[in-house]
Design a protein around this ligand. Structure first.
Ligand SMILES: C[S@@+](CC[C@H](N)C(=O)[O-])C[C@H]1O[C@@H](n2cnc3c(N)ncnc32)[C@H](O)[C@@H]1O
Length: 814
């Protein structure tokens, strides 16, 4: 019996987190039983329930072991052993970022399913070997990174407004081992990795599990500090308007002091463990959660929330940051009619900060001018009585935001010193928390009015460094580059660095998750595990380089004309020309489905006839199961990008584009179109959702073999690179005479349902020339999900005004 793909997917998700199948299986069984086989509940939020349950289980087992050790009184040796085991489960514990501690417990004390209630799950439903959906495994790539991309730093790159100079030319090519190293780090994050995220922002997979969506601030705030409870610093020389007495009390002598560590500012920071939070929670005086913190060599930002005993409820317990964020997100999603699943409360908080910054910049309010350190306060709701406060703290007095919890008061406070300095700065303020994160020594000169000691201070000073709101132009070029991945947009996912540059505006590239290979979304059927590859689909008897063999190998024979590549690794001229001809005359190379999956996705009840798809010329490459060597000349696309490319801001009003930094010969493989693999039905649903949100997908149809019979919904596939993609998502459209052409390349399987859409040069391309591709879109198709754009390709064949009626082939939308 074929393995249940949902079980496989669950295994895969857990494997990415370093959880072994053997740990997953029993817990999954219990969950299925508990949830009455309701997979949706288990799959929610990247299998969070499952992961949590596994951790519960591991914890329980560990406790049992410890108990046993104690009972046996076997002395110190056993204690050490237990400690070691404790270490071994620690990474799992960290996964509970979203504070679901009380939600579900398998065999535990909360909503546990007792072992006696073990569900009856067929064994064959749980395969022994997880089968990954990741495409095109390359030996130098870590499987974990392939199936579950880390939200890369790119998600930090919100549009900004600060001018950026030309970025560095791309670095040299990197070898596989270099590529692999971050993955290795990520695979088994240590406690330090959880807490200290490097400038490269290589987030541990733990993060991916809990927040599988764009949460720029979340990533940013994990730069250095753990979530911690903190005694909020008080502005020197004055108390904040919302009373912090209790906080101060706690800071002086409360139980919170017990675990503080000196951070060089005369201030204590608590460890962020659950235990620590719980301890805080039981403190009924005034507790503070550090919601987010970011620290680099140049400064630190802290967002804290304080609650006092004034809440006055005996059952009150300070939630952990993750609990809080989760609650807020749920609330927003449910109560406020927010339908965007990628909604993030952290993002919202960032926007809140932006508003404050923008207000200050735009405001002509006299009270914000001058160098005197007065505090202006906006009481957003009604008066505040307690010290329950959400505090975004500037460096002592720079910026504070207090949100009253119990009496509905929100105070936004800012010091006049900072406001004045912001007003005096000519470039517009950047948006995003990213822009208000780091402070460098430069900040002193940028804020001369603070030199009197009331404003920004040396990070080593007792009052400095709690949060300094700094604009991007004050950051060092290094800071900016690492924040926005200018050195390498791919964050090490490609063989080569992919730098970006904007010589024209202050914009940063749009945020997206960089993938080096496509990943299946939900229903897409891309099951080509090794055992299923049929003999006739690979050249088992080949040795060495197939291209050197006098007769074409089995793989080459899959296509007309033998091998597709020359010994230089270029596409053969004849094949290239044939593909170009097809692309230029799509009407003559179309097939029509009997039952078109596209139409079926739109309306199953009343099927429209198929509107036609482009009949493509396929290439079949050799692969791992073949007898040939890895260097076989019939393996090109699977090796990835080999030419130096750069993402740049175009001058023609097309937004970002992709260009080559070196001359490219005709027929050279440039990159493939990578994205999420969706069924066309899923794409249709996503497009409907996007239409409601005013966003767009970046889809490419893989109209592979849809005329071959009754294609089921799971086999009619497409790619969407809007949120997850590679450099190809930056390739702009050019009518007809584009210098790239897309060719379907089969690597793993030749079943024609799934393939790699590879871009080859259709002619020689000069260094610094923009790389373009004819999207094949019909500019007049009002039904197309394509984001309408006025074509600025500059081609003399531009069909913007032609009102042509081309097929819906390869409709790339944005
Ligand atoms: C896949 S994206 C390409 C990258 C995009 N330029 C960006 O800044 O992210 C497609 C979008 O780029 C823009 N675009 C692409 N080709 C264009 C062209 N020839 N003229 C004008 N805009 C173009 C359109 O907004 C289109 O929706």
């Amino acid at each position: 019996m074929a393995p249940n793909p949902r079980v496989v997917a669950a295994y895969r998700a857990m494997t990415v987190l370093g959880i072994k199948e053997v740990q997953v299986k029993p817990v999954l069984k219990q969950l299925l039983k508990l949830y009455d086989k309701n997979w949706e509940l288990i799959e929610q939020e990247n299998y969070r329930v499952l992961a949590d349950a596994i951790f519960e289980q591991a914890e329980k087992e560990l406790q049992g072991k410890r108990q046993k050790n104690q009972n046996n009184d076997e002395g110190e040796m056993e204690d050490e052993e237990a400690q070691m085991q404790d270490e071994s489960v620690r990474p799992f514990k960290r996964l509970r970022l979203r504070g679901q501690e009380n939600q579900l417990s398998i065999g535990g004390t909360s909503s546990a399913a007792s072992p006696s209630k073990m569900p009856k799950v067929e064994d064959d439903e749980l395969p022994q070997q997880p089968q990954y959906k990741a495409m095109s495994p390359q030996s130098n790539r870590n499987a974990e990174t392939e199936v579950c991309p880390v939200p890369v730093q790119d998600s930090l790159v919100d549009k900004g407004k600060q001018p950026l100079s030309s970025q560095d030319a791309p670095g040299g090519r990197r070898v596989g081992s270099e590529r692999a190293s971050p993955s290795v780090q990520l695979k088994e994050p240590t406690t330090e990795q959880r807490i200290v995220v490097s400038q490269k922002n290589q987030l541990p997979y733990t993060h991916e599990l809990i927040i599988p969506k764009d949460e720029p601030i979340d990533e940013l705030v994990h730069y250095d500090a753990p979530m911690a409870t903190r005694n909020p610093e008080l502005p020197r020389g004055r108390d904040p308007p919302m009373q912090h007495d209790a906080t101060r009390k706690q800071g002086r002598n409360g139980p919170l002091m017990s675990k503080r560590r000196d951070v060089g500012r005369g201030e204590g920071i608590r460890d962020s463990s659950n235990e620590a939070n719980h301890e805080v929670a039981t403190n009924q005086e005034c507790s503070t959660i550090e919601i987010a913190s970011s620290k680099s060599k140049s400064g630190e930002v802290t967002l804290t929330m304080s609650c006092s005993s004034a809440i006055g409820r005996s059952d009150f317990r300070l939630p952990s940051r993750d609990q809080l964020l989760k609650m807020m997100e749920d609330k927003c999603l449910q109560s406020y009619n927010i339908t965007d699943p990628s909604f993030s409360i952290m993002k919202l908080l960032r926007d809140l900060c932006d508003c404050v910054l923008e207000f200050r910049t735009d405001s002509n309010d006299d009270s914000q001018e001058g160098s005197e350190m007065t505090t202006s306060s906006i009481n957003v709701l009604k008066e505040s009585k307690t010290c329950d406060a959400l505090v975004i703290r500037g460096n002592t007095e720079d910026l504070e935001m207090h949100a009253g919890l119990s009496n509905g008061s929100i105070n936004v406070q800012s010091s006049s010193a900072l406001a004045a300095s912001h007003i005096s700065i000519s470039p517009p303020l950047t948006t995003g928390m990213n822009d208000a994160v780091l402070v460098t020594n430069k900040a002193r000169s940028a804020f001369p009015e603070c030199e009197d000691g009331k404003g920004l201070e040396d990070p080593m000073h007792p009052h400095s460094g709690s949060l300094v709101v700094v604009q991007q132009h004050q950051l060092t070029p290094d800071d900016l580059r690492s924040l926005h991945g200018a050195d390498d947009l791919s964050k090490g996912e490609e063989n080569l660095r992919i730098p970006w540059v904007n010589e024209l505006t202050n914009d940063f590239p749009p945020p997206f998750h960089y993938l080096h290979q496509s990943i299946a979304f939900r229903d897409a059927y891309v099951n080509w595990c090794l055992s299923k590859i049929k003999c006739e689909d690979f050249c088992s008897t080949c040795l060495g380089d197939c291209l050197l063999s006098p007769t074409p190998c089995v793989c080459a024979n899959k296509i007309e004309g033998g091998y597709a590549y020359t010994s230089e690794g270029l596409l053969k001229e004849s094949l290239l020309e044939e593909c170009i001809t097809i692309s230029h005359n799509p009407q003559r190379h179309q097939f029509y489905c009997k039952i078109c999956p596209l139409e079926r996705a739109k309306n199953d009840d009343c099927l429209e006839p198929c509107k036609g798809h482009l009949k493509r010329k396929f290439i079949k490459e050799c692969w791992v199961k073949c007898g040939c060597v890895k260097q076989c000349g019939n393996r090109v696309v699977q090796r990835g990008i080999t030419f130096n490319l750069q993402v740049f801001f175009t001058s023609e009003g097309k937004g970002w584009g992709l260009r080559t930094l070196e001359e490219l010969p005709k027929g050279a493989f440039v990159c493939e179109f990578v994205g999420e693999i969706l069924t066309v039905k899923e794409l249709h649903e996503r497009n409907i959702q996007c239409a409601q949100n005013g966003t767009y997908t970046y889809p490419v149809l893989l109209d592979a073999d849809w005329d071959s019979g009754d294609i089921n919904d799971k086999e009619a596939l497409c790619l969407d690179a809007a949120s997850y993609g590679n450099v190809a998502r930056f390739i702009n459209h050019r009518c007809l005479d584009a210098n790239l052409i897309e060719i379907p390349v089969e690597v793993e399987t030749s079943d024609h349902h799934y393939f790699h859409l590879a871009f080859f040069t259709s002619r020689k391309v000069a260094a610094l020339e923009e790389l373009t591709w004819d999207y094949g879109i019909d500019f007049d198709d009002s039904e197309s999900p394509v984001k309408p754009f006025s074509c600025r390709c500059g081609s003399k064949f531009c069909r913007k005004m032609e009102r042509s009626n081309r097929s819906n082939r390869s409709a790339l939308t944005a």
